[in-house]
Write a protein that binds this ligand. Sequence first.
Ligand SMILES: [Ca+2]
Length: 565
Amino acid sequence: MATWRRKALALLPDLRRDLQRPGFSVRKLRLCWREGRTRRGTAPRERARSPPPIGFGIRPLDARDEPTDNGGGEAFAASRIVRKIYRIQGYAIMKTAFTLLLFIVTLAAAARGPAAEKPNIIFIMADDLGDTDLACFGSKYYETPNIDRLASQGMKLLSHHHCQNCAPTRAALMSGQYAPRTGVYTVGSIDRFDWRQRPLRPVDNVTKLPLDRATIARQLKRAGYATGMFGKWHLGGMRRYHPEKRGFDEAIVSQGAHFDFATNPKTDYPKGQYLADFLTDRAVDFIRRHHEHPFFLYLPHFGVHSPHHAKQELIDKFKDKPAAGGHSNATYAAMIASVDESVGRVMQTLDELGLADNTVLIFTSDNGGVGGYAREGLKKAGGVTDNAPLRSGKGSLYEGGTRVPFIVRWPVVTKPGSVCETPTIHVDIYPTLLELAGAPRPEQTLDGESLAPLLCDASARLRRDAIFQHFPGYLGAGRGFWRTTPVSLIQSGDWKLMEFLEDGRLELYNLRDDIGETKNLATEMPDKAKNLHARLVAWRTQINAPMPTKNDPNAPPDAKTAQGR
Ligand SMILES: [Ca+2]
């Protein structure tokens, strides 16, 4: 027998032992394999910036690939197998060996049951938390030790975007579709703001996620996941639109307040309990009841949305703390602290149950922070925080309104403390979770792309190279002032082009050089603006995006609201 063959076979018993360890996942192995393929396909200049590939392009291994002392070996996962495969590969077996071993590995995993290879998924989302409202995203006033720890153990996505306010973000997350496909552009009807003196009549707004859309929860449920949702839904709360009818095995929708809140279905809770604590109790209970099978937990907090009410002991902690960077509101800081406590309790529960290594834990916010308006001349818009250095805040399509913190911890796959600067957006989450779970794609169009390659390697390239937003309406900021007027935008790499639809005005920003969107380069760089605008128009055409129509200020009131319907 050839020497290389003897050495390769000698490694197999060791490999078999590894396969019996908890925490093993064929999916992780495939992701690492795919990551290697992705890197092999990148341009030479990109490759030069990345760590040198090994063998098939599989990244070099480091300490995080070893079993941890406190994890009892649970940190073992695909990359360890990949290393063994690499060693065998080093004995010249190459692709044949990998194919053979992947086959063996898949069979072994199948023998252990399908549950063993599916990671649990927890998606925690704050409400109205700004991009700089976490210590690990720059705040020197707010304190978020648990979320900071989560970020240190996982990956921060620094250019992740949601919509400018609540409902459309949730519709995109749940459906995997941009707003022009769901019709959910904002909260409430278009008549929430008096647009009648403006040049354009907004597109009618859909306030409930259409019933023919399969939610991400429904697809994960079809893949064998237990699914639970506790918190703010905002996509139609009653009967057929309730999350329990949209793919969640169990759901409690909270409404209205942080103390003395209502729930649907009605649920008893101790008088005086704070909503974030109530929701976390339900979430922890759900994890404990489903710890033996894969589960999807969606925990959309109402914090830190107004009304700004918080637990007194947390307010007291901040009331004498010096302001920093436009952050100064003790009650708001206390609300953030409660969300942080919630994340900490979820992390602790995962540790207690030994689930941390096989759970993808995501934390984000639904839209930008409420603040930064005064610099826009919107003195009546109020504000409780500041998104600086980002421009404007919630309700605006400038970065302060749409850029949000996004943290993913998936032990072994996400490199601890890593950051990713690739522009990403809400519609990417649905296909990402489908891939991580091995769940079937729905029949509906999915507009985003799986971020799994980025989770393996922050410098990996996605197939698409632009993200889009389309907002054909108005959001007010006091009488006669607007946080936004109708606008569409494209972001490609460092470049962002906005087209304001009232007059066709273009604004072009280089976000790497000018994160605050202070210098409009549209006139200075007409070719760049023209190219991006053509791509934006092509996207609007392809997705059949409805456009606002001309408004006639002299028409009778009935005619105005009837136009275009
Ligand atoms: Ca919100």
